[in-house]
Design a protein around this ligand. Structure first.
Ligand SMILES: *[C@@H]1O[C@H](CO)[C@@H](O)[C@H](O)[C@H]1NC(C)=O
Ligand SMILES: *[C@@H]1O[C@H](CO)[C@@H](O)[C@H](O)[C@H]1NC(C)=O
Ligand SMILES: *[C@@H]1O[C@H](CO)[C@@H](O)[C@H](O)[C@H]1NC(C)=O
Ligand SMILES: *[C@@H]1O[C@H](CO)[C@@H](O)[C@H](O)[C@H]1NC(C)=O
Ligand SMILES: *[C@@H]1O[C@H](CO)[C@@H](O)[C@H](O)[C@H]1NC(C)=O
Ligand SMILES: *[C@@H]1O[C@H](CO)[C@@H](O)[C@H](O)[C@H]1NC(C)=O
Ligand SMILES: *[C@@H]1O[C@H](CO)[C@@H](O)[C@H](O)[C@H]1NC(C)=O
Ligand SMILES: *[C@@H]1O[C@H](CO)[C@@H](O)[C@H](O)[C@H]1NC(C)=O
Ligand SMILES: *[C@@H]1O[C@H](CO)[C@@H](O)[C@H](O)[C@H]1NC(C)=O
Ligand SMILES: *[C@@H]1O[C@H](CO)[C@@H](O)[C@H](O)[C@H]1NC(C)=O
Ligand SMILES: *[C@@H]1O[C@H](CO)[C@@H](O)[C@H](O)[C@H]1NC(C)=O
Ligand SMILES: *[C@@H]1O[C@H](CO)[C@@H](O)[C@H](O)[C@H]1NC(C)=O
Length: 505
């Protein structure tokens, strides 16, 4: 049976997103440059150190983060736990209409302009639509109103400065017309045809301390003036800019640590209700789960190892790598891990598997139908054992499918990948996640993002019971954890994979 869905206008904002269809070339091995050289050389030169650990090793990164603070820091004392957040506050929002990613309201420049940017741990550069020849200038609301978006303009900000081609920050010097021209950048992301390019500029990012005082603490940062955006950026995901939270030196957390404003860590919380938090300088709590990052010499990412998959009562030892990427809407797994999880899950489900009908663009292979009078269903619990042995319980691996407002079924929120494994935003629901770059570990602790108390759901070790509710507002999933609601399977194409394919920054 195929679901039939009314194609009513279910979205507050209208757009189209590139389809994340099956064939894609994941040219991961084609990242164009060595990301480390510009760090090691100046630091070695200035500190006169020659004894840095081998480039790209775990010890190297730990050493680099410490030396960075000695080098540029304002004497951040050990144990100093200054935590900063955006001046608009620490709240973040999952916007289903914009590719199921988390967004924050950030303000940049003088006078300050605010931007609703997607938060992406999978990439590094912070770019804003700027002096555009190709970008989204406004969005249309459901009732046809135009909502104008801010566009950054270096000329309009008195604190803006060009990053020149002869700057040590400029990697594309060979593409520069002259040494005093602006430094170009270009990034292609995994979502089909999705890219941003422009020139690098410097300006202030307005921050406050994440405490009762809310003291202003602005940071001078390098950002991309994104003149040309393509693909998903024109049709749904990150229409107003992307804030890179990755490991490389060009990312916002790296710059904050380098300036000595915070320690070299940050945390993000992902509430079951779609509201989250972001805090720079926070490395979590002592009772959190932990696993080390795998560091590769050329492209450092938040890459962790999973050693065991537990689905319901089935446990399988299977080691694989995955990247924690908030810029990817749904988890994306390849061969053995995908097969192991999906087949064990499928074998424990009572509902009928859904056979996808024409016109549906579901990227999920494992979907199940609810009968019209069904008020409850049970699915197996999914747990991942991380390297080191700590358990990562996936609080909400499902997506509810609605026909209009009526629950029609659910899907396991994992997309089959041909190459890379990505733990996407949906698997982070219900957690405060610490990206501790000082100690090179990922930390996680269950949280509702309000009072750090995990939601009080009665937990069976093997099964989880769900009560499908009538659909609410698309952006307000209420406090009940049942995955982001999908009103029409064609909306599944509105997902983003903002992991860089090629970055020249
Ligand atoms: C990618 O987009 C191009 C057009 O922008 C299209 O021709 C191509 O089929 C798309 N590829 C996939 C895999 O979606
Ligand atoms: C972002 O914050 C600014 C103030 O800093 C506010 O004026 C603006 O309305 C906010 N925008 C959104 C989309 O919340
Ligand atoms: C950050 O979030 C917490 C809730 O977790 C809140 O109590 C606090 O006031 C927030 N801080 C700011 C600066 O918004
Ligand atoms: C804006 O773009 C135009 C060309 O599109 C260019 O001539 C101009 O210098 C740019 N301005 C800034 C401040 O980058
Ligand atoms: C880069 O070029 C500008 C203008 O040509 C010059 O003022 C500046 O000192 C140069 N910077 C470096 C790091 O060479
Ligand atoms: C946070 O980092 C500091 C300094 O590296 C360390 O002493 C502390 O144990 C870390 N906290 C957690 C929860 O890992
Ligand atoms: C993750 O780390 C492993 C082990 O170092 C490595 O083999 C793999 O290529 C990395 N994956 C990515 C996408 O960085
Ligand atoms: C639900 O409807 C099906 C037929 O569609 C019926 O067989 C079943 O008994 C009903 N269940 C309940 C709880 O009413
Ligand atoms: C959590 O649930 C248990 C039983 O399921 C109940 O006894 C307890 O009062 C609940 N706690 C809160 C804070 O609601
Ligand atoms: C899965 O994780 C949850 C939460 O930590 C735990 O309560 C449960 O016992 C785990 N189940 C298995 C089979 O390990
Ligand atoms: C979990 O679900 C399976 C399959 O529906 C069932 O056989 C098993 O008894 C359930 N276990 C618990 C603890 O409810
Ligand atoms: C979710 O629950 C928290 C308390 O745990 C409450 O403060 C918040 O307002 C609720 N959010 C919604 C959207 O109902």
């Amino acid at each position: 049976m195929a679901w039939s869905f009314s194609r009513s206008s279910l979205y507050r904002l209208l757009f189209l997103v590139m389809s994340l269809a099956s064939q894609r070339c994941y040219g991961f091995r084609t990242f164009g440059f060595d990301v480390h050289h510009r760090y090691s050389d100046p630091i070695k030169g200035i500190l006169g150190v020659q004894d840095l650990p081998e480039k790209g090793s775990r010890e190297y990164y730990v050493a680099m983060s410490h030396r960075d603070r000695i080098f540029r820091g304002r004497g951040l004392a050990d144990g100093d736990r200054t935590v900063l957040t955006f001046d608009g506050g620490n709240k973040t929002y999952r916007l289903n209409s914009f590719g199921y990613l988390y967004y924050a309201n950030v303000s940049v420049g003088t006078p300050a302009l605010s931007f609703l940017v997607a938060l992406d741990t999978g990439s590094d550069l912070f770019w804003l639509p700027c002096n555009c020849t190709s970008c989204v200038q406004s969005l249309q609301s459901e009732n046809g109103q135009d909502i104008k978006l801010n566009i950054y303009g270096p000329d309009a900000s008195s604190t803006s400065k060009k990053v020149l081609c002869n700057s040590t920050f400029c990697e594309q010097q060979t593409r520069c017309p002259s040494s005093d021209s602006g430094c170009p950048y270009q990034i292609q992301y995994l979502s089909n045809g999705t890219s941003s390019s422009g020139v690098l500029v410097e300006d202030v990012l307005h921050l406050i301390t994440d405490d009762n005082q809310k003291k202003e603490d602005d940071a001078r940062i390098t950002l991309g003036c994104g003149q040309i955006q393509t693909g998903s950026f024109l049709s749904g995901a990150a229409p107003n800019g992307l804030l890179g939270l990755g490991m490389r030196s060009i990312s916002v957390p790296s710059m904050l640590a380098r300036e000595g404003l915070t320690s070299n860590s940050f945390s993000m919380c992902f509430g079951a209700d779609g509201v989250g938090r972001i805090r720079f300088g926070d490395n979590g709590s002592s009772d959190q789960g932990k696993t080390p990052f795998n560091i590769r010499s050329s492209q450092p990412t938040y890459n962790i190892s999973i050693t065991q998959i537990i689905v319901g009562g089935n446990t399988a030892a299977l080691e694989f790598y995955a990247i924690f990427d908030t810029g990817t809407s749904f988890t994306y797994l390849n061969g053995p891990a995908y097969t192991q999880i999906t087949t064990s899950f499928d074998s424990l489900i009572k509902e009928n598997r859904h056979s996808s009908g024409s016109g549906e663009d579901l990227p999920f292979e494992y979907c199940y139908e609810l009968s019209s009078n069904q008020t409850k269903f049970e699915v197996p619990v999914l747990n991942l054992t991380m390297k080191g042995g700590d358990n990562y319980y996936v609080t909400d691996p499902l997506l509810m499918i609605y026909d209009g407002d009526v629950p029609a079924g659910y899907c396991l929120g994992i997309v089959k990948s041909d190459d890379v494994n990505i733990i996407g935003q949906n698997f982070m629901t219900g957690y405060s996640i610490a990206f501790d770059r000082d100690n090179m570990i990922l930390g996680w602790k269950e949280s509702n993002c309000y009072d750090d108390v995990p939601s009080n759901s009665s937990k069976s070790p093997t099964n989880k019971s769900h009560t499908p509710a009538l659909a609410a507002n698309p952006e307000d999933t209420s406090n009940q954890s049942n995955g982001p609601p999908i009103r029409n399977p064609s909306t599944f194409t509105f997902m983003a994979v903002l992991f860089p394919l090629l970055a020249i920054v």
